[in-house]
Write a protein that binds this ligand. Structure first.
Ligand code: SAH
Length: 368
């Protein structure tokens, strides 16, 4: 029994709403929020420029804002959303994984991958994931909660700042690509993810000014959300985590397939391709003796042929305690060859960051 006055309150994981942040709001809402604090509405744009263009949320640097107003504006609109638990680097620093602790103790990950010609950031859209795919580390722990728009955006702002400040070996650089392939199912957190895409792509100072063409949203195949994404006119790349061409196997690898079948998922993908003018990426984790048979490659090729899709084969990154492992090299080669025979473009993904538990959710799982 704690003595009176010693009561400690431990919030359940994922219970509390994240604090409101500038990046949660569109430009009009920002002006209203600033006005509600008794400040001139134009301060909203000053704050936006500090955050989205100068990448700073430190009020000490806001020399164009009166000192007396800085703390109040910062407290109300730029609260600290997350703290770095640790950074892990490999590939001589070119791959850097960040483990974040959110305000309520939940853990999420982001990964920055630097290549000679581009920088890709892989970000989380949810703390945990409710999709329950048995080969995925995040899927094993279930869903804690959705991330807020600002919690998504801040992962990228922090990476951009690190690159600008030379904290990533190789000199200054900018983020060129963003992939929603960290923790979570982005289309299950539709409103906040699309809000984040708007913050990332709105021209400065309202947003960061990146191109939608450099952003990839990866989904298990939530058909209604895929259709909505098309109808709302997004031009991001859409990646579909297929992992099996037949419903019988896909029902077990991607359990949401029991709700939306392979054919429905692909129809929605082709509709997105038509509307957006973007090629679909098909993600396929090659799992030894599970989904890597030549006949499945043939079937996959027949489903995709003529639709301009590109297949990304991912050698399975085994999760702790899993009985599954990556395909044999000869089976991988035969799978590639079968797709190529049907004229379907295919690449095998480079498996950066394996030694820093780069696979979806592994770092957060290890911390727990
Ligand atoms: N929920 C979304 C995005 C997150 S994961 C989705 O499923 O598409 C990004 C990709 O990594 C998905 O294709 C996912 O199936 C794959 N993935 C997850 N765990 C993996 C593992 N252990 N090895 C290889 N790929 C994995």
């Amino acid at each position: 029994m704690p003595a009176p006055g010693e009561l400690t309150f431990v919030a359940p994981r994922g219970a509390a709403k994240p604090p409101r942040h500038l990046a949660d709001l569109d430009p009009q809402e920002r002006r209203e929020a600033v006005a509600a604090l008794g400040e001139k509405p134009f301060r909203a744009q000053q704050l936006s420029r500090h955050y989205f263009t100068r990448l700073t949320d430190d009020p000490a640097e806001w020399t164009d804002v009166p000192a007396a107003a800085r703390e109040r504006l910062a407290g109300a609109l730029l609260p600290r959303l997350m703290t770095v638990v640790r950074h892990l680097a490999c590939d001589d620093g070119a791959t850097r994984k960040t483990l974040w602790r959110l305000h309520d103790g939940t853990l999420v990950e982001s990964v920055l991958m630097r290549y000679p010609d581009r920088v890709t950031m892989c970000v989380s859209s949810q703390a945990g994931c409710g999709m329950n795919c048995p080969f995925c580390a995040t899927g094993q722990a279930g869903l804690d909660r959705n991330l807020s728009t600002a919690e998504i955006v801040h992962q990228i702002v922090d990476g951009m700042r690190a690159l600008r400040d030379g904290e990533v070996p190789g000199g200054q650089a900018r983020v060129s690509n963003i992939v929603f392939m960290g923790m979570g199912e982005p289309l299950a957190n539709y409103r906040r993810v699309t809000g984040a895409i708007r913050r990332l792509t709105d021209p400065g100072p309202d947003g960061i000014g990146l191109s939608q063409r450099g952003i990839t949203v990866s989904t298990v195949g939530l058909v209604p959300a895929m259709r909505r994404f098309a109808e709302e006119g997004f031009a991001c790349r859409l990646a579909v985590s297929l992992h099996a061409p037949d419903d019988e196997l896909r029902d077990t690898l991607v359990p949401v397939n029991t709700r939306w079948k392979v054919a429905e998922v692909l129809d929605a993908a082709w509709a997105y391709a038509e509307r957006s003018g973007r090629r679909i990426s098909i993600e396929y984790a090659l799992i030894r003796d599970v989904n890597d048979q030549a006949w499945r490659a043939d079937l996959l090729g027949r489903l995709l042929k003529g639709h301009g899709a590109h297949v990304n084969l991912i050698p399975l990154n085994p999760t702790p305690g899993s009985k599954w492992t990556a395909s044999r090299p000869e089976d991988e080669r035969a799978f590639v060859a079968a797709l190529e025979r049907q004229g379907v473009p295919v690449t095998v993904r480079d498996t950066r960051g394996q030694e820093i538990e780069g696979a979806c959710g592994q770092l957060a799982a290890a911390e727990r």
